[in-house]
Design a protein. Structure first.
Length: 114
């Protein structure tokens, strides 16, 4: 499985970005996916998750602002980020997991200025 994240950029407080994670592999529809982020000098943290069936879960600090979704026809998982805050700044990674282990995308940088 290979994951390719895109969509990062620089926005001002209150702005929006949409991240995408394109996955290769024929088993996409059976995989759950996560979005993580890592701010400078901090540990990587879980932002949102989506199961193979479309069930979602969010970290408290993004609830009501971020939406994770998946398009099985396009092998893509997205993260819609609204009402962005400076503390949302960081590198965002998509991740999935198989019996063989965790698979991470390369990360995409999100910068939110005040």
């Amino acid at each position: 499985v290979q994951l390719q994240a895109s969509g990062g950029g620089s926005v001002q407080t209150g702005g929006s970005l949409r991240l995408s994670c394109a996955a290769s592999g024929r088993i996409f529809r059976f995989n759950a996916f996560d979005w993580y982020r890592q701010a400078p000098g901090k540990q990587r943290e879980l932002v949102a998750s989506i199961t193979s069936g479309g069930r979602t879960n969010y970290a408290d600090f993004v609830k009501g602002r971020f939406t994770i979704s998946r398009d099985n026809a396009k092998n893509t998982v997205s993260l819609q980020m609204n009402s962005l805050k400076p503390e949302d700044t960081g590198v965002y990674y998509c991740k999935t997991f198989l019996i063989t282990g965790d698979y991470w995308g390369q990360g995409t940088l999100v910068t939110v200025s005040s």
